[in-house]
Design a protein around this ligand. Structure first.
Ligand code: MLT
Length: 395
């Protein structure tokens, strides 16, 4: 039956399927055509190691509490239990960054926050680096917003700069260490964006989901930069740092000093979340708290170290073959140039057909990603080693 309702026309502005859904479709077809192929998946950045023991112990205890009348809990507070907000604040504190618990809003992950935050803004110019995690662009296109892409390239190390931008009142999405390129801003590089935001009355939405992978002297949080508390919101997640891709917990920091048109931004976010979000499960929040306390973080960082070794293995092969890449050092992602002048989907198909290895075509992250390809370090060490061997033969 044909309904007489109108649907959101803005959906015609985004590609028909989400990048990782398209990849999953092609991988399924390959697996069906050759069931004996040992496909190695280094496409979507999904973790493979289990949650840390401190996390599962905390969750088990929380489950038992939920099973007793005296300790059972119903709806969780929309912004997170105080114990979790305090644990997140303490986590920042251990890096010398002061983020009060009241400015932290826990959620079911960075992806949701990156998309949902669009609700609290009006019609602004939105600046989005290219290539980029598709959620920033697609969420703004679906909401009918005016988006401008900031091209990046090999020459700029795939890091956007505010050079040459005119105008004011922008919303700028930045991710560092970045997805998909793994490139990380230096302090000066990030400071140039904070200065730009301060000068033009713009807001930075800073995605720090990969902070745990930082090894060099680069910022883990935008709040390491002076002035950021006046113009930056930070979104972070436990997905990659503590293996929460399936468990779901992230947060958004909105400093209470940030205002637009006399209205504090956090008030709008509180109103939005109170209306459309009912909080994350108590059991998950106890697990998240444990992941952020020193012992849980230490255990989770052992997993991060394991993934880092995988990244180094991939990077080593590319170095040996003289292939350009970014990432791997401060990131679980390795962003490589496609060999033999192939487009990124051509290389995707070649790698899948000839080596049964799945990566992510750079073009799926934006026009400037064409000719590049992303591999993740989140596989097992054995699978990564096997994939690297197969990859090297094709380079
Ligand atoms: C990715 O592969 O880019 C990430 O896993 C996506 C995400 O974190 O949502």
């Amino acid at each position: 039956m044909e309904l007489k309702i109108k649907t959101n026309d803005n959906f015609s502005r985004v590609s028909e399927s989400y990048l990782f859904s398209e990849i999953a479709k092609r991988v399924k077809a390959r697996a069906e055509s050759d069931p004996s192929a040992k496909i190695i998946r280094l496409g979507i950045g999904d973790v493979t190691l289990p949650l840390a023991p401190a996390v599962t112990e905390a969750m088990e205890k929380a489950v038992r509490e939920m099973g007793k009348k005296e300790t059972f809990r119903g709806y969780a507070p929309e912004y997170g239990y105080d114990f979790l907000r305090e644990a997140i604040s303490g986590h920042y504190g251990r890096f010398g960054i002061d983020v009060p618990a009241a400015e932290i809003y826990a959620s079911d992950g960075a992806k949701c926050d990156c998309g949902n935050i669009v609700d609290i803004f009006g019609d602004n110019g939105i600046l989005i680096p290219d290539p980029v995690y598709p959620v920033y662009l697609d969420s703004n296109l679906m909401a009918g917003r005016r988006t401008t892409l900031l091209p990046t390239s090999e020459e700029t190390g795939f890091l956007p700069t505010p050079d040459g931008l005119t105008g004011e009142g922008y919303i700028v999405y930045l991710c560092s260490p970045g997805n998909p390129t793994g490139a990380a801003f230096t302090r000066d590089g990030l400071k140039s964006w904070v200065d730009f935001a301060a000068r033009t009355g713009s807001l930075i939405i800073y995605d720090s989901a990969y902070e745990a992978f930082v090894t060099e002297d680069v910022p883990r949080s935008v709040y390491e930069i002076e002035g950021a508390r006046e113009c930056a919101v930070e979104i972070c997640s436990l997905s990659k740092s503590a293996g929460f891709t399936g468990t779901r917990c992230g947060w958004c920091v909105i400093p209470h000093s940030i205002k637009a048109g006399g209205v504090p931004l956090y008030k709008l976010w509180e109103r939005r979340q109170a209306t459309k979000f009912n909080g994350i499960p108590y059991v998950v929040q106890r697990g998240a708290e444990a992941a952020l306390l020193p012992e849980g973080r230490r255990q989770s960082m052992e997993n991060v170290a394991y993934y880092r070794k995988n990244a180094a293995l991939i990077a080593g092969a590319l170095r040996r073959r003289g292939v350009f890449f970014t990432g791997a050092v401060n990131s679980p992602y390795v962003w490589m140039k496609c060999p033999h002048g192939l487009t990124s989907w051509e290389f995707f198909d070649l790698l899948l057909d000839r080596a049964a290895v799945v990566g992510t075509p750079g073009a799926g992250f934006g026009k400037c990603g064409e000719g590049y390809f992303r591999l993740t370090a989140f596989g097992s060490a054995e699978a990564t080693e096997e994939a690297v061997g197969r990859l090297e033969k094709l380079l």
